[in-house]
Ligand binder design. Sequence first.
Ligand code: HEM
Length: 516
Amino acid sequence: MFCLKTLLEETEVKALLITMWPILLILFPTLVFLMRNKFTKLVKENKRIPPGPPKLPIIGNLHQIGALPHHSLWQLSTRHGPVMRLQLGGVPAIVVSSAVAATEVLKIHDLECCSRPPLAGTGKLSYNYLDVGFSPYGEHRREMRKICVLKLFSLKSVQSFRFVREEEVRSLVDSLRPSSLTETPVNLSEKMFTLTASITFRIAFGKNFKETGLDNDKFEEIIHRAQSVLRSFASSDFFPYVGWIVDRLTGLHAKFERSFRELDDIFERLIDEHLNRTSQDQEDIVDLMLRTERDQSEFSEVQFTRDCTKAILMNIFLAGVDTGAITITWAMAELAKSPRVMRKAQNEVRSYVEKGELVNESDIHQLHYLRMVIKETLRLHPAAPLLLPRETMSQFKLFGYDVYPKTILQVNVWAIGRDPDNWDKPEEFFPERFMDSSIDYKGQHFELLPFGAGPRGCPGIHMGMAMVELTLANLLCCFDWKLPDGMKEADLDMDEAYGLTTYKKSPLKLVPISYQ
Ligand code: HEM
């Protein structure tokens, strides 16, 4: 998912700096003058602005946000506090890094904080904000969200696709068997992406992506290019008026266009197939949305158009595939590092399932320890460590400070999940901490927010968790897992890489040993 300074590839940075620099030279004196005036005005008006690091003219604090933004923002917040002000080029931002401050913005002031900033990349891929995830607050977003929550991702809809998840997990297990016979390592990061992509494809389009002529690598490339668009730092986002020139010169604009075309072509082709087919087994998400397009009766002011359908499909692919795969991969990495926890979770799963059988979804509710393992994974490795950026809509007080409309708001849930004020020995992977605790990840407990909270919290939570729980349970039930080539637990690196989501930098490779 997106972060505030989004990461430029190295060549983009160089090109940006070369093209930006004459523009900066011209703008520099004007901006210094404007910013000084604005600051003096605020002081004169006796406004309390949140503390934050000193900023440079024009770029503000952009240079202080490193390759892992949640880490650099956490470092800065240890010096400036849980409510911290930053200046991102021409755009003000607030970063929240404690559970109490998160409660203020996601619960008490949720209505003031639930818009999204208009950004070039998200605007392009969302058919000009016709989706749920990136659309600003308003009637359109409300209607789109209603469709997602009540129809597409409701518990009933999630349950109706149970057979898809069970079939895909079964073929994952089958695909691991040859490696378990020869005891060769498998790339679990890659396997998990294929699995969650296949499940999502079938739920959305009624068929596996291989049946559509797309191969795994090609699809992964398209998804990752689109994610890089959503995380790209467009100059027009932070430097109004002139930034678009820079985006054209650096080729970013062309990259946005290409990614948009790639996704749009897939959506067009599969929607056409749906329109032309004569029979169907089970209604998939595209069928449901095409029906909604035809029957507009439930909308008063909003039109549900073909572009709305495609924009929501974009959300499903870019928010739904990687997040699940990443969570399962981090869980397996933590378990491989902690054989005691792995053994305990395996014993639990195997005690409920006959040897040789697979775990099915009706078994999951009994697996209390497995669910604690997942909570602990989400605490340490939230897939979106800064959630999605929000934009404030009106002025309000936060911890006594004044926050103004059109300020970008980021909640550092990664830092909150490791805050020693909330968690004992926060860096330790210790699922038992949830044993006698009511803390859950559904957005009611602000010390654990992997899905966000409030009106912009993740509507795909049931769909995501159903994939994660079933897959993990079966990986633990059907196989024992060894580190490759005599590697020790301590050698397993847990370095992160930041994309739209935070994934394990080096792919996780483990050796499956058949239990059955
Ligand atoms: C383990 C899996 C998942 C995780 C960890 C996750 C996490 C998140 C997070 C952190 C947000 C931002 C919330 C905020 O800003 O407060 C979000 C938003 C969203 N997620 Fe998920 N997600 C997951 C699975 C899914 C799935 C499977 C789908 C759909 C198929 C989905 C669809 C969405 C959408 C549409 C939004 C935007 C909501 C809005 O702005 O109103 N997510 N998700």
